[in-house]
Write a protein that binds this ligand. Structure first.
Ligand code: ZN
Length: 174
């Protein structure tokens, strides 16, 4: 049996830079995620979470966690926000922001990182991930940093071209 040195596995972060997100875009994401958090359906955990994604077209879609009385059902705020954007025909994202009522920023769970990675492969670019605490503490990372070398549709050679929009539209930089 032959083993491949993991350092030889292509890592997108080696040749891609993380998008620049303006302060204004981050503020819009934060307000949107907080609005999403207020709508969370979390009767089991009592732990509302809000998220928002910024698309390449400059639109922001909010999400919240949605729980279920059936064990294993329900979804996280981050995946809800992505699904919200997808329902509007947007598949390419520049940034994701997640917030909760905890003072310290919370990280997306492993399932959400995998989900975000799927769409990073469609957009062919890194996705900035902001994690914002209740009193304004901000942590910044990115999907390539948090899930380096993640498996995705590219590994299956899938044709994603129909989901790729003109990514140069609607960009705003500092
Ligand atoms: Zn999650």
């Amino acid at each position: 049996m032959e083993f491949t040195d993991s350092s030889s596995v292509p890592r997108p972060s080696d040749h891609m830079s993380s998008p620049t997100i303006s302060r204004q875009d981050r503020e819009v994401l934060t307000e949107s995620a907080k609005a999403g958090m207020r709508n969370a359906y979390a009767p089991r955990s009592g732990f509302p979470v809000g998220a928002a994604v910024l698309t390449f077209h400059g639109n922001v879609y909010q999400g919240c966690n949605v729980e279920s009385v059936i064990s294993g059902l329900g979804t996280c705020a981050e995946r809800c926000a992505i699904d919200h954007a997808v329902a509007h025909g947007e598949y390419c994202f520049r940034a994701m922001l997640v917030t909760s009522r905890l003072e310290n920023p919370i990280r997306p769970c492993g399932a959400c990182l995998q989900y975000i990675n799927e769409f990073a492969q469609i957009g062919k670019d890194d996705i900035v991930i902001f994690m914002v605490g209740a009193t304004g503490k901000v942590a910044r990372s990115s999907i390539w940093e948090m899930l380096p070398g993640g498996f995705g549709p590219k590994d299956l050679g899938l044709d994603l071209s129909r989901y790729v929009k003109n990514n140069s539209e609607g960009l705003s930089e500092d």
